[in-house]
Structures are given as structure tokens and as C-alpha cells.
Design a protein around this ligand. Structure first.
Ligand SMILES: [Zn+2]
Ligand SMILES: [Zn+2]
Length: 219
């Protein structure tokens, strides 16, 4: 199952030009089996899109992208707004433990090597010890940034997800996640993300019609 796990829309992300109906139309056209809406610090966009997905019979999952002092985090299974802008990582982790949500660092190496250099080895190790996976394929990252994320995931034994980080429709599906199982609800998505049977890919590795930024070997 091919799901783009990182999508912004104009509902909650002022930085996005993506209209809600366009997401479902384009996702269907390019061969995605589902999308997950991850607005910045607000669940509303995901809620609106989830309802629209039900109306059209297209799987739309709910996520959120939130800022922490350890970088942007994608969160799946938390259906409320984070308490404040730049939530401390520990606070986000406590919320996620309470609700059973999972945290996945978004574009952890947008600048190559950023994570451990910026936050220090101990903090990086602590954070990576408390996440389900990392985003190894982010549509807004350079191939080098994604390659560094893949390497980081290998070193810490973490699986990788892929998401387009689309802010425009033409960017939808430029990275995606391939799951080895059917995912039909938000609860199943969270369970699947915990189980680790998936990988981030570029679309041409998986029969999707979007073009990608360049070749990259995957695990
Ligand atoms: Zn981000
Ligand atoms: Zn994003």
C-alpha cells in the first residue's frame, strides 16, 4: 500500500497552496493508495480532509507536524493541537505515550549531519531512542539530506518513512511510504508504524507516476 505520509493543505497551513479537493483528485491520478495530512501544529486540516476522504471513498489519514527544540516531528495518533508552538520534546513524548501516538522526526538531516551536530550526541540518541522511525525520504530534502537520514536510520536501527512534504499539488507523492499490509484507519496506521513493516521510497521505485529528484539507493 502506497501512502504519502506528509502533506500540507491550505486549510491549516498558510504556507500551502493545496486545495482540499485537489489532494484526492491528484493522489488518485498519480496512483497513491492514501495520503496523511500533517499540518503545522494544528489537527483541523487533517480532520477536514479525513471527512472529505470518506465522502470520496479515498483513504485520508490524520497526522500533525509540530516543532520541538529537536526539530520538526511528525506525529501519528494524536488528534489534538500541541499545547504551544515549539513544544518541548519531552512534553510531546508524554502526550504521545498517554494517547498511544508515535513520533517520527521529519527531514532529520535536511542539512546533512544536522541532527547530532546541532543537538549533541546524547540528546540525539535520547530522541532517536523514543521515536518509531525517521523520515528517510522527504520530498523537500536534497538527495544528500535523504541519504544522510537513511544512514542515520541504519545506525540507530530505525525504519524509514517517506512523505512528499507537499505544499503544492505538483509535489504530492514525490516521496512516499510503501507498507507491506493494508492500512484502512488511523488506528491501523499507528499500529503499522509501530510494527515497522514499511519503507520510504521515491515514486519511480514503486510504480507511481511522479518524477523524483534523483537516484538513491535504498535499504
Ligand atoms: Zn518540517
Ligand atoms: Zn512539512
Amino acid at each position: 500500500m502506497r501512502i504519502d505520509l506528509h502533506v500540507h493543505t491550505s486549510i491549516s497551513s498558510p504556507c500551502s497552496l493545496i486545495e482540499p479537493e485537489g489532494v484526492i483528485r491528484t493522489a488518485t491520478e498519480i496512483g497513491l493508495d492514501g495520503v496523511c495530512i500533517t499540518e503545522h501544529d494544528e489537527i483541523k486540516g487533517a480532520e477536514v480532509m479525513s471527512a472529505l476522504g470518506r465522502k470520496h471513498g479515498f483513504p485520508v489519514f490524520r497526522g500533525i507536524e509540530t516543532y520541538t527544540e529537536l526539530g520538526d516531528m511528525l506525529v501519528y495518533g494524536l488528534y489534538q493541537d500541541p499545547p504551544n508552538w515549539k513544544t518541548p520534546f519531552e512534553e510531546l513524548l508524554a502526550m504521545c505515550r498517554e494517547t498511544g501516538a508515535v513520533i517520527i522526526p521529519a527531514h532529520p538531516c535536511r542539512v546533512t549531519g544536522e541532527l547530532e551536530r546541532l543537538h549533541g550526541w546524547e540528546r540525539a540518541k535520547y530522541m532517536l531512542g523514543n521515536v518509531a522511525a525517521i523520515e528517510t525520504h522527504n520530498g523537500g530534502c536534497s538527495p544528500d539530506g535523504n541519504r544522510a537520514a537513511l544512514e542515520l536510520g541504519r545506525r540507530y536501527g530505525l525504519p524509514g518513512i517517506g512523505g512528499s512534504d507537499a505544499h503544492h499539488l505538483f509535489q504530492l507523492g514525490r516521496c512516499l511510504t510503501v507498507f507491506g499490509e493494508e492500512v484502512t484507519s488511523d488506528e491501523e496506521l499507528v499500529r503499522a508504524l509501530k510494527a515497522g513493516r514499511y519503507r520510504g521510497v521515491y515514486p519511480d521505485e514503486f510504480h507511481c507516476t511522479r518524477s523524483n529528484p534523483g537516484p538513491l539507493e535504498t535499504a
